[in-house]
Design a binder for this molecule. Sequence first.
Ligand code: MRU
Length: 383
Amino acid sequence: MTTTKASSGGVGGGNQLVLESIKYTRGSLFVLDQIQLPSKTEHLPVENCSKCFELIKNMNVRGAPAIAITAALSIAVELEQTSFADGDAALFQFVKTKAEYLLKSRPTAVNLGNMVKSLIKYCEEIEHEELNNSGDENGEKGNKREMIVRWCEDMLETDIRHNKAIGEIGAKALLKACCNKKKLKVLTCCNTGSLATAGYGTALGVVRTLHEQGRLEMCYAVETRPYNQGSRLTAYELVYENIPGTLICDNMAAFLMQKDEVDAIIVGADRVAKNGDTANKIGTYSLAVLAKHHDVPFFVAAPSTTLDVSTKCGMLIEIEERPGEEVCVFKGERVAAEGINVWNPAFDITPAWLIEGIVTERTCLYKNKRGEKDQTGAAFDIG
Ligand code: MRU
């Protein structure tokens, strides 16, 4: 295959190279503006929850885990600015109201909903604790605000730890599915890397691990129209870390597979239903169909915060529809006729039967539990 270098400008167009999507210190939160990448690397301040809502909705910050973590940290930041003279009941009410508000910013990724549920549950637990059973390491007893802030802060470290575990488990699963081939050619879509998480990434974390292990020949990234997470963000991460990468347009994937250039596909997820049906970036389903046709193993990688046992199957997942301008306007310029109708679903559902394995930080889930190819059409049971 002949590939060409796309430009000589370098990652970030000469700007300082930064791969940290979330920058947090106590009381201060910044997110890397993913709309401006790769031409500009700029971190935007997130002063409060309403700013966070706006940045999530506009996709300045995006990716299922990154959205949830940023939302939690925006609550932490706002807690630092607020005093609760009326006591802990007012504090808990404040957190609950802010969390429920943030939940409305984007509907499909369940990580945000799972974060909100867990945070509210944590508030309820500490609300009922005895004062002398709680407190921080400085011996300050019963500082519930401090406890909530720390709960939010913990998400950053936990996510990176989970991503590294996903990387290890996923790399092993892919190699096994490819009969332990020496080096793999892996295809991925959207952006599931450091930018979409607290760091390292999920599906792209698996690619990173394969690379670290010397087992990656090539990572093919599909452009991922209309928002171009593949070309703008994944390509950026691959170049940044010197991981062998090749960018293709979405409609080139079939031909690439026909030419036997793809050993395995690994994608992220925004929500995995109980039976394993998976909502992920629009275009994922067509890759899964192509993978089945070409007998390429198709894997999903996601932390357990992306699993939604309360949703029975994919049909019940709400799919976000985004403005038509994302399809019709490119870099400020209109590329489609005025007046044309546009349909712009941000995600699609890949049925479980097309998925070989679902990699989490704990294990790789298989339908038949043995990690063998499953052609039976069976569903998963994620728990
Ligand atoms: O619309 P986005 O860019 O937020 O969609 C992101 C994806 O679909 C990712 O593949 C998914 O969230 C996993 S991110 C680790």
